[in-house]
Design a protein around this ligand. Sequence first.
Ligand code: C2E
Ligand code: MG
Ligand code: MG
Length: 742
Amino acid sequence: MKIKVDERLRIVLWWLVLLVAVALGFGVTNSLKRSIERSSFSDISIAVRSKRSDIEKDLNNAVSYLSLLGADETEDGFFRGDDKKFAFVREQLRALAVGVYDFEKDEINLSLSESISYGENLENLKTIMRNACSRDSVTIIKDNSFLESGDLGTLVPIKNDSDEAIGLSFGFFSIEGFASKISESVYNGAGYCLLTDSQGNVIVPSDKFSLYMDSANAQNDLSDGEVSSIFDNLDSGKFKRFERGGKRFYVYALALEDYPDYVLVAVIDGMSIFKNLSLATRGVIAIVFIILAVTIVQSVYFFTTIKKRKTEFDDVLNYDELTGLPTKPHHKNIAVSILKKAKGNYAYAACDVSEFKYFNSTFGYDYGNLVLKYIANVMSDALLKDETVSRTSGDHFAMLLHYNDPDDLTSRLMHILDTASVLPVTDDGRQPRAVFTCGVYLVGNESDINRIRARANVARKGLKKSITNQIAFYNEADFNTELEIHELQEDLLHAVDNKELAVFLQPKYGITNEEVIGAEALVRWNHSSKGLLSPNVFIPIAEKIGLVKEIDFYVFSAVCKQLNQWKAEGKEIVPISVNFSRVHLGDDDFVAKLIRVTKENDIEPKYLEIELTESAVYDEMERLLDIMYLIKEAGFGLSMDDFGSGYSSLHLLREMPVDVLKLDKGFLDDCSDDNQREKKVISHVISLAKDLQISVLAEGVETESQKNFLQEANCDMIQGYYYAKPMPMKDFAKYIEESGVK
Ligand code: C2E
Ligand code: MG
Ligand code: MG
């Protein structure tokens, strides 16, 4: 699966961008917030300061006019002032009432606007004058107990020459009039002002303020206590933040300059300050969301692409491109999981199309592929639930099938194979048939597929070639043989180096005088654990793994060395024949090697005879003849071994320059006393060979009657247990001495 690097990179980049955007968003929002807060605070403080100076101007104005009232001190005291003057001041100040109060006399002189009356409240006013005011500085009070329609009073102390307060001049103003200036909105209607005393008691409230305080907390009006808790401990010139009803407010307090006991307080709705910020924040959030959306889309696309590609990749890995069947490893996984949850019995069938290459070579590769697809279809169509089939390699198919009864399984399998045998029609209208060999292993309580498959294959390999479909069930003995062969193969690789091979000699006898005229070298394998092994067991394995050449030359050298030694010891020597596998025929330097070994051991080639088996004849006749001539030319004896064991062709004898024809033991086995036909065949083969100047040796002579028959039939030489079994080389010299050499 290939995911391009830039695709991964793009996703990582998108997520990075998203992270950066979020971080920036936070950063930007925060710094925006700070800067908006800073600039709003400065705007607010400017607005409040200007309001303060307006208010103080008015207040100073009122204080100066009111001071005028206390300036007219008479001998009777100051309070009997000029009514006109009182009226003038009241009008100038647009006050509801102005007047003076004499502390000593506890008397009040006042001028009232025509529209109001104070009724019985004069006594209340006196009480206010006595209690609620400072005698040192201007007092601003809010009280309804004197006037019914106005309640804001400004009280200015009247002092004598020794700076003692002797009375108060006062003015009462309608709260709307005087307070409107205070409670006018600041900061574009986002905030409102109030006047409090230094203890936080509200003197001039703001209706608007109460309104939005109420809207923030619809349950109740603000009590005085609540208000003062907000306005208490305000540092002049500082902002304070408070929350109410989930809303945020800012409070900015500014003490009046000339009347420091009074504080102008602005209350600003947090929302209005951050109105712009919330716009900016929304913008940032929108951008972050857009980036998030793009990132998610990209990621989803990326991961679904990966998944899709992974599925495609898995398909390529797990399914055979040609047939669509699970590949061998995938089939193994499927089979394991079926077996693990298996209910009932399962059988593993390994099937092979015999001579499949015939379809390729005769009808072309396309047809060959069609055949494989056809077989795959037939097999997979035949599957039931929880069964599987795979093309394990080339023309090999494996099925894991459920069964109840082995006989039913055989019928079912045979039916599948028979259906698969009838192949599609070729382009030229022919309908070839396939032949299957199928090994079946009945799976027990196990799920090791390699073990299961190996056993099914052992059963399959045990089948001989046939023209009909064949099924063989695995049995343990087959497997053990196979296993043994496998083990021997391993051991054989070291047998030569470990000097485990031994050369035995079996004497050959002349038929007339019955004396030893030569011997055949036969190899044995002294296996470390299995004991002495016959060449029939290990030579086929050695041929398969390419070790036979080494073994043959090992035997040949050993024979040459032994001959050399006997010669050196002054002993009589006889020609010894050595078996050579047909595998040597492919080597150009085969004969050269034979010559070299004889030379190294100083042995004349006439003491050595090369045995080639009859089966070599069919491989490559021309080449065989060439090599035979070279062998003869070099001076070696040459014999044709196992003659009669295969499909011997007598006329070939004419062309082959062999010295000896070795009649296979099988010939003799069929030639009992009452089998005259066979005897005649042997006699004629012998006489034919003799006509061609070829000597005849009979192998495997075990009985006297066999010997007698061979004598009668004019056979030249005899080799067999009747005279002697193969013996170790060192025993052979003694044997000859005792039995005598011709
Ligand atoms: P072969 O060359 O035809 O050897 C004759 C076989 O017949 C020998 O079996 C021998 O022991 C056996 N034999 C001889 N007389 C009798 C008898 O009276 N009765 C019976 N039942 N058997 C008899 P061996 O030694 O087991 O060799 C088997 C085959 O192995 C040989 O058949 C030969 O083809 C092959 N072979 C042996 N040694 C070598 C070798 O060094 N190289 C190669 N390439 N093949 C060898
Ligand atoms: Mg032989
Ligand atoms: Mg033989």
